[in-house]
Design a protein around this ligand. Structure first.
Ligand SMILES: [Zn+2]
Length: 319
């Protein structure tokens, strides 16, 4: 059953006939990243059609799909006053003073999620946060470093980067993993980066990742999912390293006063060596601090990080 009342915030709330996880999927936490929103809208169209073309289709649990930063999506900007994916901290109960546009967005998002958590007879809470990047060069996911989250990413056929959360604060993933909801059930959280903002493939890849996640957590059955989605993600992942870890984050000033400019031509997962000039700021050239792969080089005005550096990660061998 699906809510028929459309609001700007809620893309859809699908309630399966059997008990299972509550999956919260968010698109457009950054307003210049509409691909995730489009993908979730398409998913609800598919969910409407599925029982008609596949009478045996069943859905366990619930899917709540939300638009992230409504005002920023409207104006096509990453954010209005501050990055909505850096301010996820518990609110003081009853406080309805909003210092920024994003404070209000967060308040409304949390209200929608909290009421779904309270109503759902859920076995597990799962967050999927859909993003895109300014540079092209590959899809990837970010999770907590716990084994269940890493395994979930692996089941989605998507490269995983460990340790990014330790280099950031106040993201959706931090909040979901911080036990701030009124539930004792397990929580897993994953964000998915579907490639370049304006690449039409980013919508298809976001859709494929969402469907694979619904299968991995048991909302939909293996036999009801087309292998096409796996193929699409595997092809997009190509030769990318499947498991990497964060080495370094280059932070920049919010107001642009440090004059940070990324050198042109870099892409995600590009191999870089220590000493390679990557960017410039008011202090001169910024050299690559270690060997590794470049991630999320910043080619837009708004952002708190200039680039990330990652390296291959191998699980320690047991003795
Ligand atoms: Zn984003």
């Amino acid at each position: 059953m699906e809510d028929t009342v459309a609001s700007g915030r809620v893309i859809g709330h699908y309630r399966g006939t059997e008990q299972g996880p509550l999956v919260v999927a968010i698109g457009g936490i950054h307003g210049n990243e509409p691909a995730g929103v489009r993908a979730l809208e398409q998913l609800f169209d598919l969910l409407d059609e599925e029982p008609l073309i596949n009478p045996g289709f069943t859905f366990k649990g619930e899917l709540l799909a939300l638009r992230g930063n409504l005002a920023a999506l409207e104006s096509g900007k990453r954010y209005i006053d501050t990055d909505l994916n850096r301010i996820w901290h518990p609110r003081v109960p009853g406080d309805t003073h909003f210092a920024t546009s994003e404070d209000r967005e967060l308040f409304e998002l949390l209200a929608a999620i909290e009421s779904a958590v309270e109503e759902a007879p859920l076995s597990e809470l799962v967050l999927l946060d859909l993003h895109t990047t300014t540079a092209g060069g590959g899809i990837f996911s970010v999770t907590g470093d716990d084994a269940p989250s890493l395994l979930l990413a692996a089941e989605m056929s998507v490269p995983v980067i460990k340790g990014i959360l330790s280099g950031l604060q106040g993201t959706t993933l931090h909040y979901f993993r911080g036990n701030h909801f009124a539930t004792n059930f397990p929580v897993r959280a994953i964000s998915f980066e579907a490639g370049e903002h304006n690449d039409p493939a980013a919508i298809e890849l976001s859709l494929a990742a969402t469907i694979n996640l619904l299968r991995a957590v048991g909302c939909v059955r293996q036999e009801d999912v087309r292998t096409y989605h796996d193929t699409l993600l595997r092809e997009a992942a190509g030769e990318l390293p499947l498991l990497t870890e964060l080495v370094y984050v280059h932070r920049i000033s919010k107001d642009g006063s440090d004059g940070f400019v990324m050198n042109p031509g870099f892409s995600n997962f590009q191999k870089v060596s220590k000493g390679l000039p990557l960017a410039r700021d008011n202090n001169g050239e910024i050299l690559c601090p270690a060997d590794g792969y470049l991630l999320m080089p910043l080619y837009q005005k708004q952002g708190d990080e200039g680039f990330f550096l990652i390296r291959d990660y191998n699980f320690p061998t047991a003795y």
